[in-house]
Design a protein around this ligand. Structure first.
Ligand code: PDD
Length: 277
């Protein structure tokens, strides 16, 4: 596959990063995952705007303007085979002697790759997925899309070992989001999802789902749901750029609602599939 590193496109096998890169040594960087449907990036502007917020959050200057990012992403998509792709990009603080304090005058390292975006398996759509609830052990700046994903990977692994597809995170007694997704609960026809604050990533898919809900006159509230109340939800969902909108039909080994994807999920997923193109 062709990837992009710093200023050139090259075969992945030839792309090399220094062992002194701060991304490698400190996890000092931010990233984006942008879905591509029919070779068109989905909500690219929103992704670039969130990238800017993440860079601002870690006090790193954006190496490119949006026009340049758009050109590079377009070229990367062209150089990869699939019609549907997941573009991954990351910016790290660059190569410098290992010292915690930010180095000065160092060029950030920019890396981009694109993988085929596999469509969500039909069985997940028909049956929904399993999830477990776990303590949200992450930091206080979950609004930054940082590459430092050790807590997320540990929590997701915990879910995986229990045969579940996602870990739903609980902080201070309320649901924040999934390990790699935003999360929702439905009560009496109203969708609840956490407000955008420092405890969750402001998901681009989340915005899309809430826009679809508004268009379909389905009420939603950006309010947190307690872990206790979550056990009584009619429906629970997760959303992300790569998994779109999925129903969680088993939570901690108990059925959610009737244990099948619910009517509001059905409705929103249909709109999602129509409007994503
Ligand atoms: N993750 N919350 C977390 C912690 C995430 O990692 C993600 C996405 C989301 C959903 O954001 P969006 O709708 O913009 O994809 C929420 C990506 C897909 C990943 O790490 O692979």
């Amino acid at each position: 596959a062709t990837v992009f590193l710093n200023d050139t496109f090259l075969p992945a096998e030839q792309a090399k990063v220094s062992v002194y890169d701060r991304g490698f040594l400190f996890g000092d960087g931010v990233y984006e995952v942008i879905p591509v449907y029919g070779r068109q990036p989905f909500r690219l502007k929103a992704h670039l705007s969130r990238l800017q917020s993440s860079l601002d959050g870690i006090h790193l200057t954006n190496p490119f303007d949006d026009e340049r990012w758009t050109q590079l992403i377009t070229q990367l998509i062209e150089q990869n085979d699939s019609d549907n792709q997941a573009v991954y990009l990351q910016v790290t603080r660059g190569v410098a002697p290992r010292e915690h304090v930010f180095p000065e005058g160092v060029k950030p390292t920019v890396f981009m790759m694109s993988n085929p975006l596999n469509s969500v398996p039909e069985s997940y759509k028909e049956q929904g997925i399993k999830a477990i609830t776990v303590d949200d052990i992450r930091w206080q700046r979950c609004d930054i899309k940082a590459i430092t994903l050790l807590p997320n990977t540990m929590l997701r692994q915990q879910a995986h070992e229990k045969g579940a597809g996602e870990a739903i995170l609980i902080r201070d007694g309320v649901m924040t989001e999934g390990s790699a997704s935003n999360s929702y609960a439905v009560f009496d026809g109203v969708i609840y999802t956490a407000a955008k604050d420092n405890t969750v990533l402001p998901g681009i898919t989340r915005d899309f789902v809430l826009e679809l809900a508004a268009k379909a006159n389905i009420p939603y509230k950006e309010e947190s749901v307690t872990a206790d109340r979550l056990t009584q939800a009619d429906e629970i969902w997760i959303s992300s750029s790569t998994r779109e909108l999925l129903a969680v039909t088993t939570l901690d080994d108990k059925p959610v609602g009737h244990g099948i994807p619910g009517p509001l999920w059905q409705k929103l997923d249909a709109l999602y599939q129509r409007d994503k193109l």
